[in-house]
Design a protein around this ligand. Structure first.
Ligand code: KG4
Ligand code: ZN
Length: 343
């Protein structure tokens, strides 16, 4: 590893939901370590994330995860240039654990503290995966908590074109998976099960909003899936779960692809990126790839481990905040409802 005095190495912490994560990232693009302790096994027992349990697990694991991240990067705390941390959006208890830990570490080692917006972190995962990617580009952000279609005008500068009016895309996957007994988290379970099914078996309504070109709405689709199941139950018909989830997934994917490509054309961008947990969905990746290739658009998406929650993406976003001169005070607090682009 060649060292340069202008290199910026950031220790980043992520704890907004059910992953306790720490990473060391160099110059926003190079991952020196990326440690993720997933609490999924614990929350699976309850069918979803239990905030109090998540907080407790974060407390138990955060020190160990940070130590592992430094060790794997072969660095001491004194050698990092700054400490980055997710301060919102997310669950307040879990966020507070990460923010408190980051403050303590930054204070003790006399390092600058850089608060990061979790959604902006998801977008930044693309900068790690694709070193050649620079703004501007269109980005589809699809996670468990958020669904946004944006133009990334510059690092940390976003223009929101559309968003979900109700459930987030990942939330819809999780709810539908629960309704058919596939368990939590639903996205990966549906992704796998849908491979055995026929996506054209059932015609579900698309997740569109009639009066808006770029907004999404998943609640009508979710209700249609539930109604289909209730109807089958009443009439004694057997449901083919693989066909059902494949058809649901297609209804989601079609609208995500359609809106994203339409936005790229309307605003004249030849680069499109995807971010967030749902961006690891294989049907979405395939459909977006096929469509973008056909339309001469360059598509970027991170590997699955950087799509779902991780601290490397926070380290990348923190780097761009850091070089822009943005620092957080010791009064940095968790902001559960932090909006995209808000500082
Ligand atoms: O980005 P993320 O890890 O956390 C949030 O910030 O919300 O996203 C988690 C969401 C969950 O709803 C999960 O079901 C969904 O991403 N997800 C997927 C897949 N992998 C994760 N959805 C569809 N297909 C997948 N392969
Ligand atoms: Zn996330």
């Amino acid at each position: 590893m060649t060292e340069n005095s202008s290199d910026v190495r950031i220790l980043a912490i992520e704890s907004s939901c059910d992953e306790t994560a720490a990473a060391v990232v160099k110059n926003g693009r190079e991952v020196l370590s990326n440690i993720i302790y997933s609490q999924i096994a614990t929350h699976t027992m309850y069918g979803g994330v239990v905030p109090e349990i998540a907080s407790r697990k974060h407390i138990e694991k955060i020190k160990q995860v940070v130590e592992s991240a430094l060790k794997e990067a072969d660095m001491t705390l004194e050698q990092v240039d700054a400490v980055g941390v997710t301060y919102g959006p997310g669950l307040v208890g879990p966020l507070l654990i990460g923010v408190s830990a980051a403050k303590a570490l930054a204070w003790a080692a006399d390092k600058p503290l850089v608060g990061v917006n979790h959604i902006e972190g998801h977008v930044a995962a693309n900068f790690i995966a694709s070193p050649e990617l620079e703004p501007p580009f269109v980005c589809l952000i699809v996670s468990g908590g958020h669904t946004h279609l944006v133009v990334v005008e510059d690092y940390g500068v976003f223009r929101i074109l559309g968003r979900s009016r109700d459930d987030a895309a990942g939330e819809a996957f999780d709810k539908v998976a629960r309704s058919v007994g596939l368990g939590y988290p639903g996205g990966p379970k549906i992704d796998a099960k849908a491979k055995e099914g026929n996506p054209d078996a059932i015609q579900f309504p698309q997740a569109k909003v009639r009066e808006s070109a770029y907004d999404f709405s998943f609640s009508g689709l979710k209700s249609a899936v539930l109604n289909y199941q209730n109807h089958a139950k009443m009439t004694g018909e057997e449901i083919n779960v693989a066909d059902l989830v494949a058809s649901f997934q297609k209804a989601v994917v079609d609208v995500l692809v359609e809106h994203t490509v339409a936005a790229a054309h309307e605003y004249g961008f030849r680069q499109v990126a995807m971010a967030g947990g749902v961006a690891s969905n294989s049907a979405l990746r395939n459909a977006m790839k096929t469509r973008c290739e056909r339309e001469g658009i360059r598509l970027f998406y991170p590997p699955p481990v950087l799509c779902t929650d991780n601290a490397a993406m926070i380290g990348s976003a923190a780097y761009y905040e850091y070089i822009a001169g943005n620092r957080s005070g010791w009064d940095l607090n968790a902001v559960p409802g932090l909006k995209l682009g808000e500082r």
